[in-house]
Design a protein around this ligand. Structure first.
Ligand code: IPE
Ligand code: IPE
Ligand code: MG
Length: 246
């Protein structure tokens, strides 16, 4: 009975039980390009095109926060030309998407040490965040120069500076870049790698993992629906013995 009353929509997704916060490790751009004989940066370009589609799909479904791992603190060890390509794509994305973000009522924010990004990208981020700050729909949270360990060390620094002697979970959560955001309910990693790669270590204490072999440029809305349906079939117990609906 109750099931019949549930708002079902897209592809059998139960809209009353959506993950509030979806985080994605967008991996596999390089392999996608290599398979086709293209340079890695072309894979990143296709990856960015896919970002556009997945952002709109999440906003349309009613996901509240979408966090995308775009550049890690470890990614600086890649060849300079690849880093330059990634930064250039970030700049282009911000310029081309400002209007779409506003049209979709999406607010942009970032996590990570964005102060170390090149100046033009920093300025574009500031501009886009300012222009979308009043939007009340989905939060698009870009992880840029993000590393979870760096984030935790930074949080310790904040707490020491505040003179906090015994930090509570709440103290730590509110000193992380993700302060004010709910923890992710669902973390998707594309391209089959079964690791967190220094992403949201604290925040993922009870988040559900979904790993797919699909490479990021091929992770189309249908794949996202599949991931969400899989999430909805799980029993989240949070250490107890009964499933808890969040
Ligand atoms: C993910 O794709 C994008 C970034 C890390 C910036 P990769 O570039 O890691 O692609 P693979 O893992 O080499 O295929
Ligand atoms: C994680 O992917 C970082 C991003 C997707 C931005 P990587 O490709 O850098 O991770 P590893 O090196 O395979 O762990
Ligand atoms: Mg990778």
């Amino acid at each position: 009975m109750a099931n019949e009353l549930k708002a079902k929509d897209k592809q059998g997704i139960d809209l009353s039980n959506l993950p509030s916060h979806v985080a994605i490790i967008m991996d596999g751009n390089g392999r996608w390009a290599k398979k086709r004989g293209f340079p890695r940066v072309y894979g990143h370009k296709k990856g960015v095109e896919n970002v556009r589609e997945i952002v709109e799909t999440c906003a349309d479904l009613g996901v509240k926060v979408l966090t995308l791992y775009a550049f890690s603190t470890e990614n600086w060890i890649r060849p300079k030309s690849e880093i330059a390509g990634l930064m250039s794509l970030l700049g282009k994305y911000l310029v081309s998407e400002e209007k779409t973000l506003n049209d979709n009522n999406i607010r942009l924010r970032t996590i990570g040490d964005t102060g170390a990004l090149p100046k033009p990208q920093r300025e574009l981020l500031e501009k886009t965040m300012r222009s979308t700050e009043k939007n009340t729909g989905m939060v698009l949270n870009l992880a840029l120069n993000y590393g979870s360990r760096q984030e935790i060390i930074r949080a310790f620094g904040i707490l020491v500076e505040k003179g906090v002697q015994r930090a509570s979970e709440q103290d730590i959560s509110s000193s992380l870049y993700t302060a004010g955001l709910p923890d992710p309910d669902l973390l998707i990693r594309t391209s089959g790698e079964q690791r967190l790669s220094n992403f949201l270590l604290w925040q993922m204490a009870y988040g559900e993992l979904y790993i797919t072999d699909v490479l990021w440029p091929d992770f189309k809305p249908q794949e996202l629906y599949k991931a969400i349906k899989d999430f909805q079939s799980r029993h989240r117990r949070f250490g107890g013995i009964k499933a808890v609906q969040t």
